[in-house]
Design a protein around this ligand. Structure first.
Ligand SMILES: Nc1ncnc2c1ncn2[C@@H]1O[C@H](COP(=O)(O)OP(=O)(O)OP(=O)(O)O)[C@@H](O)[C@H]1O
Length: 575
């Protein structure tokens, strides 16, 4: 991204805060203007002090105190207003990036690292806020001060000033050169920290695996390699900054020396008076602070630009699954689902589904069986529109699912996944996941149907028991029953049941099976089946092989046929 686009895009976030920023700048103006006033008052006080006029001293001291107070109030104003504006910008950017990410298709999250995304939304956006704050709080006032003081110097002696200014382009070139290198290094080191946090998220959530495989040293190796990269990039940045200061400082010293020589010569030839030359030197001293601030800010902006790029990169990502413009709401469906000549590949060269046809009638329970990788999960993914097929159509109640809005489609399909994911929150919140108004009676009824109520009420805090990270540990069977309760509460006409592969003890298994049976009643169900009991209970079994339906019928019909299902059954279930 080039500098213009980068700041242009940032400007759209700054603009809404312009009133606050203008107020902050007015405060800065008052704050700065008080400096010469105070200096002038000090000079004025020198006179009555010399004459011993106490009343006059007191009067001037009073005015000085007032000016001082005004200055401090203005300082408070500029600090709080600028912080307010910068934080508002960061807030707006943060919520927008978050909501943008939520709209991206699942395929994006399969390759993105969660720790990296989290880092960009937290740290990088903080840094952007800091850049905005510094730009208006330090950079702009310093530039103003530079212009005013330089103007005064030109007014005093333009020949001298122009001669000194010859050095300015050299300084500018040096500063930009350093700045550009710092930006590049910063992009790299921010990336390293992102990778680090991505690694940490993986390690901490997979600590079980790390310890079970005694892979601590291996993971430490990965971690320290990334940390070392970061150390190097950061060290290079700091070294660059450390070289920059003396280089720029030497140039300044050189300019000062030149000034003294040239100025002294001008005084001796009476081109400039001695007192004007003293004022001139005083003005030169007033340049030092703003030059240091402008250079320092410039480096920080360059580091900030790396963060801006990293954040806007996220905003430029486009979802692959999109709603058509003016997509309609899918009305309440009866649950008829039809796959028509569906062809699909995750990666273009590897087709997963080929010319697949399948019709599920309302209320029908279909067990999808087939070898691992046959495409069972993919079939379900397409119905949810996590991906769109490259060929063919999927219709629900005769409506192409590509013609309706995503939420109106997804809210009518329930999923009971293999692994139940629980978010940090109470059991009640987890059952009613996604709903902000909790209807506790409905939640309890759903839990009862899902055979979950009996274990929930045994916790001292019942439905208010905290689960998810830092919450109570639930067994596999209990988690499954919570997932079933979620689906019962949602009450969808279409259900996808991804059966867990891990076996439960027989009591827990019986409870889960009973709950599933109640859930499946009167719904169209696609079961990604791993258990014989489930397969037998289905109205129809559909056998997938290499992305196509190769057989379809009831358990008995297919066994009698002695075809693929019979062979599959013999391999998988008969023991
Ligand atoms: N997100 C993905 N990106 C790329 N390829 C994928 C993705 N998900 C699945 N695949 C591939 O698509 C094929 C079908 O996978 P799918 O998960 O649908 O099979 P399945 O029948 O559900 O298998 P299993 O019973 O093992 O879950 C496999 O070859 C798999 O490697």
């Amino acid at each position: 991204m080039n500098a213009r686009d980068r700041y242009w895009q940032l400007l759209t976030y700054i603009r809404p805060q312009k009133t606050i920023i203008i107020q902050a700048l007015l405060c800065t103006l008052v704050f700065t203007a008080m400096w010469p006033v105070l200096a002038w008052l000090a000079g004025e006080m020198a006179k009555p002090i010399a004459l011993g006029q106490v009343a006059a001293i007191a009067k001037l001291a009073g005015i000085a105190a007032l000016a001082f107070l005004v200055q401090k109030i203005a300082q408070y104003g500029q600090d709080t207003l600028m912080a307010k504006a910068a934080l508002a910008i960061a807030f707006q950017l943060r919520t927008q990036v978050y909501s943008h990410l939520q709209r991206l298709s699942l395929s994006y999250f399969e390759t993105a690292q969660s720790g990296d995304l989290a880092y960009r939304i937290t740290e990088d956006i903080d840094r952007i806020g800091e850049v905005v704050n510094k730009a208006f709080h330090q950079f702009l006032p310093s530039v103003l001060q530079l212009i005013v003081v330089l103007g005064y110097m030109i007014y005093l002696n333009w020949q001298l000033t122009i001669t000194i200014l010859i050095i300015a382009p050299v300084m500018a070139i040096l500063i930009t050169w350093f700045g550009e290198r710092i930006r590049k290094l910063s992009y790299r080191s921010q990336g390293n920290v992102s990778n680090l946090s991505a690694l940490l998220v993986e390690v901490f959530s997979g600590m079980r695996l790390v310890q079970a495989f005694a892979a601590e040293d291996y993971m430490l190796g990965l971690f320290s390699r990334e940390a070392e990269q970061n150390r190097l990039a950061r060290y290079k940045t700091e070294k660059l900054k450390a070289i920059q200061a003396p280089v720029v400082g030497s140039l300044e010293a050189f300019a000062l020396l030149f000034l003294l020589l040239f100025g002294g010569w001008q005084v001796s030839t009476q081109n400039i008076t001695g007192s004007d030359f003293v004022s001139y030197l005083a003005a030169v001293i007033m340049l030092i602070d703003p030059i240091a601030l402008v250079t320092g800010n410039y480096n920080e902006f360059k580091q900030g630009e790396a963060s801006i790029d990293r954040v806007f990169e996220l905003l430029s990502m486009q979802p692959t699954v999109v709603e058509k413009p003016g997509a309609a709401l899918l009305p309440s469906v009866t649950g008829k689902v039809e796959y028509r000549n569906v062809g699909f590949a995750y990666k273009s060269e590897q087709p997963v589904l080929k010319q697949l046809n399948l019709l599920a009638l309302p209320g029908e329970a279909i067990a999808l069986v087939g070898h691992s990788g046959a495409g069972k999960t993919t079939l379900a993914n397409l119905l949810m529109r996590f991906y769109d097929p490259q060929d063919g159509q999927i219709l629900v109640d005769g409506i192409d699912i590509c013609d309706v809005t995503l939420p109106s489609l997804r809210r009518q399909i329930g999923i009971v996944p293999q692994e139940t994911i629980l978010f940090s929150g109470t059991i009640a919140q987890n059952i009613a996941f996604g709903q902000s108004n909790l209807d506790l009676d409905a939640i309890k009824t759903a839990a009862k149907i899902a055979n979950a109520d009996q274990f929930i009420v045994e916790f001292p805090e019942g439905y208010q028991t905290w689960v998810g990270e830092r919450g109570v540990n639930l067994s596999g069977g209990q988690r499954q029953r919570l997932a079933i309760a979620r689906a019962v509460l949602l009450n969808p006409r279409i259900l996808i049941l991804d059966e867990a592969t891990s076996a439960l003890d027989s009591e827990s298994e019986a409870l889960v099976q009973q709950a599933l049976e109640r859930l499946m009643k009167n719904r169209t169900v696609f079961i990604i089946a791993h258990r014989l009991a489930t397969v037998r209970r289905a109205d129809r079994i559909v056998v997938l092989e290499q992305g196509s339906v190769v057989e379809s019928g009831t358990h008995t019909e297919l066994l009698n046929k002695e075809g693929r299902y019979a062979r599959f059954y013999a391999q998988q279930f008969q023991d």
